[in-house]
Design a protein around this ligand. Structure first.
Ligand SMILES: [Zn+2]
Length: 106
């Protein structure tokens, strides 16, 4: 199973979760449309590391809710809404590219 894809069952879980929080799905803050769709792929965001790139570090997984009229996208935390289990930080994860430190060279 490709765990980067949001399955039909997970899409239904997202819709059920949204409907449990609101009786009427919200308007898009950009165009005021109410036509949303759940995106096919999980999305991720990484903690800010002072401008450095951390490979293999922690990420947050999101489900994208896309406005079908204007493309505005809302991110919902996949762990928080219960469609993904939190995963431990991989052993050996480290910063491969350190953040700039303002020229504090030896
Ligand atoms: Zn919109």
């Amino acid at each position: 199973m490709d765990n980067s894809k949001v399955s039909q069952q997970q899409k239904q879980q997202v819709l059920d979760w949204v409907n449990s929080k609101s009786t009427l799905i919200g308007k898009c803050p950009i165009c005021a449309n109410r036509q949303w769709t759940v995106m096919d792929d999980f999305l991720e965001s990484r903690p800010f590391q002072g401008g450095g790139l951390v490979v293999g570090g922690p990420t947050y997984a999101f489900v994208g809710i896309l406005c079908r009229n204007c493309g505005n996208t809302q991110f919902m935390n996949a762990v928080y809404i219960g469609i993904m289990n939190p995963s431990p930080i991989p052993e050996g994860a480290q910063q491969d590219i350190p953040a700039a430190n303002g020229g504090d060279n030896e």
